[in-house]
Design a protein around this ligand. Structure first.
Ligand code: MLT
Length: 304
């Protein structure tokens, strides 16, 4: 409590805004001015009038905020808050594909490093990937990087052929069919909300053909509006705090209660406090990289 008060006091003093991803710890979400998914956070970072953005999320998200806002100071409370998915893809991998497909289009999931975004034609998040890809020209090869489960979902829904990089989020990839069956049987009236990064992917759909494949923001919106009272949820468990807060009269059951992203959880309230107190750690992207990545990111925030 006292620490949260201190954070809010320092935030005013610094003219800062706190942006938190939906996978953050509950106490971090509670001090944030805005809690959302990558797309919402990128838009919020663009919109804010604060001079300082404390980014409670992982490194590529803070980089995205810095790229979209070169004139603002973006702080990441812990530089070890990385992303194994973003780290799995090197710029050389994209260059190698481009060399083979000179007329190709590179679609980079926002979970990538700035150097990869600089090589991409357009970035997407899980909330708008289907819409962005469905608008691309029909006659050119498309490379979708780096999440293969999300890529397969987008290919299935849009009917487009996509070259996929074999990357995965270790937390979502670990959510598999065997975690599901018993839970769906125990809650026959529940709706099933599944994140497209999940390892069971569209393979789970046979267990529940009316499952909804949604981004976290899509899950929150859907759960609030749906008639159902119970939901089985397949994604990182940080989202449960938001779901329970925004739809308090409904019940949510995580498919895998230990689907926890240890990188997201590196951001503690204490570190948010220290970040504001000591103005650390500033995330900067070299202007040459930022300039090229900005095009792809601006194309992303415009859709969905
Ligand atoms: C994101 O876009 O922030 C992640 O994919 C999680 C989500 O679906 O919101």
């Amino acid at each position: 409590e006292a620490l949260a008060q201190e954070v809010l006091r320092l935030k005013r003093e610094r003219n800062a805004v706190i942006l938190a991803h939906s996978y953050q710890l509950p106490e971090v979400q509670e001090v944030a001015d805005f809690v959302g998914d990558s797309l919402g956070l990128a838009r919020e970072a663009q919109r804010t009038r604060a001079e300082v953005i404390v980014f409670c999320g992982v490194h590529f998200m803070a980089e995205t905020a810095a790229i979209l806002n070169p004139e603002k100071t973006v702080l990441l409370p812990d530089l070890e808050a990385g992303c194994s998915l973003a780290d799995s893809l090197r710029p050389e991998d994209v260059l190698a594909w481009k060399a083979k497909h000179p007329d190709g289009i590179v679609v980079a999931y926002v979970n990538t490093k700035a150097e990869v975004k600089a090589l991409a034609d357009v970035c997407v998040t899980s909330a708008n990937a289907v819409e962005v890809v469905s608008r691309l020209p029909q006659d050119r090869p498309i490379y979708f990087v780096p999440d293969m489960f999300l890529g397969a979902h987008v290919a299935r829904v849009t009917g487009r052929r996509l070259d996929l990089f074999p990357g995965e989020c270790h937390v979502h990839a670990g959510i598999r069919e065997e975690h599901l069956k018993a839970l769906l049987e125990a809650h026959p009236g529940a709706e099933f909300l599944i994140h497209p990064e999940c390892g069971c992917g569209s393979g789970c759909l046979y267990l529940k053909p009316d499952a909804k494949m949604l981004s976290t923001e899509g899950m929150v919106r859907y759960a609030k509006g749906a008639e159902a009272r119970e939901f089985v949820v397949a994604t990182e468990v940080g989202i449960l705090h938001r779901l329970k807060k925004e739809a308090p009269e409904k019940a949510f059951f995580p498919v895998k209660p230990d689907a926890v992203c240890e990188y997201m959880k590196r951001i503690t309230l204490e570190k948010v406090y220290l970040s504001l107190k000591e103005m650390r750690h500033v995330v900067r992207v070299p202007e040459e990289v930022a300039r090229r990545a900005r095009r792809a990111l601006e194309a992303m925030v415009a859709v969905g």
